[in-house]
Design a protein around this ligand. Structure first.
Ligand code: 3HC
Ligand code: NAI
Length: 707
């Protein structure tokens, strides 16, 4: 069979076996429903309809998936016939039994195809879900109408709102599957199932004809769910539409429900959130495509050393244990290693307390952890991650020791936030084995891992670091050496812009609120209170000598730190924190400090709207981002986007700062920067790359493919 769209062989093959038309979907890597697959499915349905020797149809996916859903790359392009809702309707309308035999992921449109079939069976490791919400969409091929009929309206709504993947067992219990097969082969499982249906003369059983089991109670329960959803998904467009579609399933005849769903789906498809979320989906995967991937193979990676058992060392240890690795943690002395052990155990104890892990599993994980105060115990590890104090002298001493002790070929990594990794590498006789692995706190939870490639780091070491990220399920972003790498460098500029706004008239609370309303979980001053004001204070003191004397410097944070107000840990920072109360309250004394600093500098406060605040914040980020790109510190704009989405709470649905900039328009960003430069030309120097792109009428997206 050939695909009519492009005359290539069709990715859907059919074969008649014992009167059963076996339809194989073969579109690697995950059998996404491209136009050619949709056309192939439709042709198979027509074949089944017209060929009298076909008694039943079996749908299977070739390879590691049943069907991972619509082809996400087609969204945003003109739709191509046949559309998936029509294909699903044709499958369901067949008057011969259709069975979907699922192996691996059946997601989004993939599950919608399966729900349009008359029966469903799956291998135990299959995953079923309707994750469209994570892409700013809703199931648009009948999923919002068929899922309620199979599993009940509330369960379907919750599945679609969460975007979660169900295990085969859970999907079976929920009513999505007729059976979980014991075998691993989808064709064998499916054929056995169909033979049994035929032997029993089982009828065609269309989902559209089934009653919704909780039709009586669901409307009231949906009101509550709608209220919870609105509170939980602030700013998100598609969750409320999903609930509207479930209400339609309860209220309308099936075909009208489908039409209602289609209209809501198109609204989602056209929303900027869909574009942002799909950019984030691909950015998460594209970041792993680096020049070194094709140039070198990773080194073996089974045993890891971690130096330091503080906040980061303990988090990294947990991340490595969770990845199945053997870990040796080294600390300075007996007290410190005991603290390190407690820090690690706390994480697993909490999981056991919350019944997310058994005590037995905890012991099995902890059995892979060795604790030591002797660096010599690191002699056989494949990779070491140093997470000691942020002090160049201390780090250099540690690396000199590692150079003496570690086996040849061991990767030597530092978790430094800002320090010069070339300088750290230079104390060793093997600088090509040294690399930065910048984790984010809490290191076992945050998905971002900045992989900082120093001047002499070898391609093999870079490939090994990416392999570690893969094992840890992190989002790895390749960065170059500079003060703060990609993330902290851009963050520092954005914080500076926030400080200028504060001194010029916006309160820290107005700034935090504007940033939260933009979609971040918290604002910069809340963040500072959470991380501890003393950390930033130490950095500012360290940099005081090298700061450009002409650069504007806002001292408000210093005034606050001088009072010993370091944020949550001292009960007071930009906010006051009452014992037992969640979150902080604005502090009138902080307002007085801000006023006093303005008066001292002779600043007459001005009013700033939330829009003014965000335009300055974003212009500062994007401008610094362009400089980071130009210097080659980040490979592509999408690497900056992934850094902020996965490491700094940038709203995913906005696609990241560089994606945002393209949507806002680069000429607009540049015009803002030029307007702000009239107040402070030193800080607001437009990045040459930004000027170049504007002059050429291009966006950052044009730089997203590797040369
Ligand atoms: N469309 C196009 N490409 C897809 C895709 C899709 N639906 N799903 C995955 N891919 C691509 C990935 O981009 C990646 O490409 P690359 O190798 O060039 O980077 C490749 O397939 C492999 O993907 P992963 O690296 O993610 O592989 P994993 O094995 O880790 O995960 C998966 C497999 C669980 C299927 C995961 O890819 C996934 O979650 N995919 C998206 C599922 C989804 O969201 N489906 C809903 C789509 S919207 C829809 O169906 C609308 C409908 O209602 C009308
Ligand atoms: P921390 O103060 O919580 O822990 C540091 C640990 O290192 C202490 O337990 C100390 O006993 C130990 N240590 C010091 N010198 C040592 C030596 N010579 N040998 C063995 N152990 C030694 O500090 P934290 O926050 O864990 O930071 C560690 C590193 O991680 C720093 O470089 C920091 O910049 C970086 N980092 C911190 C982040 C954070 O949010 N805290 C985020 C990302 C990176």
């Amino acid at each position: 069979m050939t695909s009519p769209a492009n005359h290539l062989p069709s990715p859907v093959h059919t074969a008649l076996q014992e009167g059963i038309l076996v339809v194989r979907i073969d579109n690697p890597p995950v059998n996404a429903l491209s136009a050619a697959v949709r056309a192939g499915l439709l042709a198979a349905v027509q074949q089944a309809q017209t060929d009298a020797s076909v008694r039943a149809v079996l749908l299977v996916g070739v390879g590691r998936a049943f069907i991972a859903g619509a082809d996400i790359r087609e969204f945003g392009k003109p739709p191509q016939e046949p559309l998936l809702p029509g294909v699903c309707n044709q499958i369901e309308a067949l008057d011969k039994p259709v069975v979907a035999s699922i192996n691996g992921p059946a997601l989004g449109g993939g599950l919608e195809v399966a729900m349009a079939a008359h029966y469903r069976v799956a291998t135990p490791h299959s995953k079923l879900g309707l994750p469209e919400v994570t892409l700013g969409l809703l199931p648009g091929a009948g999923g919002t109408q068929r899922a309620p009929r199979l599993m009940g309206a509330m369960a379907a709504a919750e599945l679609m709102l969460s975007g979660k993947h169900l295990s085969a067992d859970a999907a079976h219990k929920a009513g999505l599957l007729d059976a979980v097969a014991s075998g691993a082969d989808a064709v064998d499982n499916g054929l056995a199932f169909v033979r049994d249906l035929l032997a029993r003369n089982a009828p065609v059983r269309r989902t559209r004809d089934q009653a919704i089991s909780d039709a009586a109670t669901a409307p009231a329960a949906l009101d509550q769910l709608a209220a919870d959803t609105a509170a939980r998904n602030k700013g998100l467009f598609s969750p409320a539409k999903i609930i509207e579609c479930v209400r339609a399933a309860l209220r309308l005849p099936f075909d009208e429900g489908l039409a209602f769903e289609r209209a809501r789906f198109v609204e989602c498809l056209d929303s900027p959130q869909r574009a942002g979320l799909i950019h984030a989906f691909f950015a998460e995967r594209e970041v792993a495509k680096i020049p070194e991937a094709s140039a070198a193979q990773p080194r073996p990676l089974q045993t890891i050393g971690v130096i330091g058992g503080g906040t980061m060392g303990a988090g990294i240890t947990v991340a490595a244990l969770d990845a199945g690795l053997q870990v040796t943690m080294v600390e300075r002395d007996a007290d410190s290693i005991a603290r390190g052990r407690t820090n690690v155990e706390k994480v697993y104890n909490s999981l056991v307390e919350r019944q997310r892990m058994t005590a037995q599993a905890r012991e099995a994980v902890l059995a892979r952890l060795t604790l030591s105060t002797d660096y010599a115990d690191l002699k056989d590890v494949d990779l070491v991650i140093e997470a000691v104090f942020e002090d160049l002298g201390v780090k250099k001493e540690v690396f000199a020791q590692l150079d003496r002790i570690c086996k040849s070929g061991a990767v030597l990594a530092t978790n430094t936030s800002y320090l010069d990794i070339d300088a750290i590498a230079a104390v060793t006789r093997r600088p090509s084995d040294v690399i930065g692995l910048h984790f984010f706190s809490p290191a076992n939870i945050m998905r971002l891992l900045e992989i900082v490639v120093a001047e002499r780091t070898s391609a093999e070491v870079v490939a090994t670091a990416f392999e570690l990220a893969r094992k840890m399920k992190k989002v790895p972003v390749r960065a170059g050496v500079c003060d703060g790498f990609i993330g902290n460098r851009i963050l520092a500029t954005y914080r500076q812009a926030a400080d200028y706004l504060m001194e010029d008239g916006a309160s820290p609370y107005d700034i935090d609120k504007a940033v939260r309303d933009f979609g971040y979980p918290m604002g910069p001053y809340q963040m500072m209170d959470l991380a501890g004001g003393d950390i930033g204070w130490a950095t500012r003191k360290r940099k005081a000598l090298t700061r450009d004397p002409k650069a504007r410097y806002v001292e408000i944070s210093d005034r606050i730190c001088e009072r010993g107000w370091f944020g949550q840990k001292t009960g007071r920072g930009y906010y006051v924190y009452a014992q037992g109360v969640r979150g902080g309250q604005p502090d009138p004394e902080v307002a007085q400090i801000v006023d006093a600093e303005r008066a001292r500098k002779g600043v007459t406060p001005r009013a700033f709207s939330a829009d003014d605040i965000m335009r300055r914040n974003m212009a500062a980020m994007v401008n610094e981002g362009a400089k980071v790109l130009d210097e080659g510190v980040a490979l592509r704009p999408l690497d900056i986007d992934a850094t902020f989405i996965f490491g700094y709470g940038f709203p995913r649905w906005r696609g990241g700062p560089m994606f945002w900039a393209d949507a806002y328009g680069l000429p607009n960003v540049l015009a803002d920067i030029e307007a702000f430069a009239k107040e402070d030309a030193l800080f607001w120097q437009p990045a040459p790359l930004l000027q170049k792109l504007v002059a050429e009428g291009r966006g950052f997206a044009s730089l997203n493919t590797l040369k």
